[in-house]
Design a binder for this molecule. Structure first.
Ligand code: GLU
Length: 595
């Protein structure tokens, strides 16, 4: 340890033999937030750029809030995004197999590393750098109040007259925490994003490093693990910036068995992600959206309680308390009941809403980072993981918060689906989404899957909305409802009108008298053949394509908008087309006569 604050910097990145290691260290208390996903993506990109390793560690020391299921969900979301980790829990997913412990630095769940932490607690205790503290919550509150009265910030330091020996004796039988004697000297951090930051010591206190339950606090576990796992670069959200001097203090105090000190990694703190209105993008936004809709609809807690199956009292207090959050399932039920979509906040929300992982990554990478001068490259904002891995530079991360622009994300997604994917690639991605989220679509299109994908892709913005324009092909001919405007325009107007054209089409192309030289048969009922047959029908009657397309669209779908004509017909099959055309003629002929 040195008295010269300038020498106490956080830029002494280990060099030489050690590999570069970045890490993402989520706490498994819920779904993976997009902010967390962006941190993971940047850590991944930095490791790739520097030829290093990306490590994943699950920070589950908070026994009350950590859930196994959340940890699994986070691994799964990262795998889905294609942010694969080299070191960490082993995970198999359709996106690949990730993790493993090639460098023998695991286990990767902090809850399984208790004995390791104990060694380092003991070492600090031996050197008098940590001490047990027995203050009750009431005593701590009184200290805080006293500080507030004196208008000073409360910071815990060792009580006067504290005797370590008797405290250690007392600790054998009494509940206590362990506190770290944080050195009373400034800490300078040279951050790769924020530059040099000096933390002066007036805010430092003797913080808790081991909780009453024996588990390490986040500060302690993170420092020990980063060192033992060989982490060289700590890139994380800016909400952790004020924790950094604590961590550096611990790094300076901790040593290995042979006396070698801990190393100080390089730090990079990335700004937060905010909503379009500048507020922090948080899970609470879902609660906010539901509360607003309930207020607008003047709904009472009793009524809401019935909709989501929770007790009325619970709903009433949630409604009043701005920061209270409901379980996601309850919020979803309420959202359905109120007819609103919950805002997407977590990776899983975007996944279920039909966004493509490569698009989410591309969009997240641009939240606070930019690739700089792209020279000849057109469309500089659209790139994939390989480009990011090659170009990533923490120095190009902005210092201010980035706004989450939902429209931009949606337009990226639509652009990728419509212009950057093949029919086959889209069919695969859509199939994967439907399997998880809407298996009915898969069942309905079955063997016609590629055809459905081809029909849906040109207008799909997400995998979720892709099936919307194909509804006509998923229902029985008898359930087609004819849109009044479409009927007037497509069937009843003009000379000859749509009904006449349809009638001729029926007779010449579909009916018994269909042209023998060029018949449409069920096994030749493909978009290209159909389009060619329609074209020759138009030519032989001197009709423009629109004149034939309009009544056919009304007959098959009930509307004037549908996918490409050949695809629309192919999707319902030759018999389906016959049935729909005949039903349409039958339904509207009478109207024509009376018109
Ligand atoms: N478990 C911490 C979190 O989820 C990680 C913080 C860090 O990266 O040091 O916020």
């Amino acid at each position: 340890m040195t008295d010269d604050p300038a020498a106490q910097t956080a830029t002494e990145t280990p060099t030489g033999q050690d590999p570069i290691v970045t890490r993402f260290a989520p706490s498994p208390t819920g779904h993976l937030h997009v902010g967390g996903a962006r941190t993971a993506l940047f850590c991944w990109a930095l490791a790739k750029k520097l030829g290093g390793r990306f490590l994943l560690r699950v920070e589950d020391t908070d026994q009350k809030r950590s859930r196994d299921e959340a940890a699994r969900g986070i691994l799964d979301d990262l795998a889905w995004l294609g942010i694969g980790w080299d070191d960490g829990p082993e995970h198999q997913s359709p996106a690949g197999a990730f993790g493993g412990d090639e460098r023998s630095v695991g286990p990767f769940y902090q809850s399984q590393r208790e004995t390791l932490y104990q060694t380092f607690f003991d070492r600090l205790l031996e050197r008098g750098l940590a001490y047990p503290a027995f203050d009750t919550p009431e005593e701590l509150a009184a200290m805080r109040d006293a500080a507030q009265k004196d208008k000073r910030t409360f910071r815990y330091t060792q009580p006067e007259g504290y005797d370590l020996e008797s405290a250690l004796e007392r600790a054998k039988t009494e509940e206590h925490v362990l506190r770290f004697r944080m050195p009373d000297e400034p800490v300078v951090v040279r951050d790769l994003v924020l530059g040099e930051i000096t933390f002066t010591s007036e805010h430092f206190d003797h913080f808790v490093i081991r909780k009453k339950d024996g588990f390490p606090t986040y500060h302690f576990a993170v420092v020990v693990d980063d060192e033992l796992m060989g982490v060289t670069h700590v890139l994380r959200g800016q909400e952790h910036l004020n924790n950094t001097p604590k961590h550096v203090g611990l790094m300076r105090a901790l040593t290995h068995e042979d006396g070698t000190p801990f190393r100080v990694p390089a730090f990079a703190h990335v700004p937060l992600i905010s909503n379009a209105d500048g507020t922090k993008m948080s899970k609470r936004d879902k609660d906010k959206a539901v509360k607003k809709a309930a207020r607008d609809a003047k709904r009472e807690p009793a009524d809401l309680a019935a909709a989501c199956g929770l007790p009325e009292g619970h709903l009433a207090s949630w409604f009043k308390d701005k920061s209270a959050q409901l379980e996601l399932t309850a919020l979803e039920k309420l959202g359905d009941d109120l007819g609103i979509e919950l805002p997407e906040i977590e990776v899983d929300d975007f996944r279920r809403a039909g966004y493509l992982p490569e698009v989410v990554n591309n969009f997240l990478a641009l939240l606070g980072w930019n690739p700089g001068d792209l020279g000849e490259r057109e469309d500089g904002e659209r790139f994939g993981m390989a480009f990011l891995a090659e170009r990533f530079e923490p120095g190009r991360i902005g210092k201010s918060n980035s706004k989450f622009d939902r429209e931009k994300l949606l337009s990226f997604n639509a652009d990728t689906i419509q212009h950057r994917m093949t029919d086959g690639g889209f069919a695969d991605a859509w199939r994967g989404w439907c399997k998880q989220n809407d298996p009915g679509v898969l069942e309905d299109f079955g063997g016609r899957w590629l055809l459905a994908a081809r029909a849906a892709r040109p207008r799909a913005k997400t995998l979720r909305d892709a099936a919307d324009p194909l509804r006509f092909a998923r229902i029985d001919a008898t359930r087609i409802e004819y849109d009044e405007k479409a009927v007037k325009k497509g069937l009843l107007k003009g000379e000859p009108n749509g009904l006449e054209v349809l009638s001729r089409f029926e007779a010449e192309v579909l009916g018994a008298g269909a042209a023998e030289s060029d018949p449409l048969t069920p096994d030749r009922f493909e978009p290209e053949t159909i389009d060619a047959r329609i074209r020759s029908f138009c030519e032989s009657h001197g009709l423009g394509l629109g004149k034939v397309a309009a009544p056919l669209r009304v007959a098959i779908t009930g509307t004037q908008v549908s996918p490409g004509l050949g695809e629309t017909l192919a999707l319902v099959g030759l018999d389906g087309v016959r049935e729909r055309v005949r039903r349409c003629l039958k339904t509207h002929r009478t109207r024509d006569d009376s018109a």
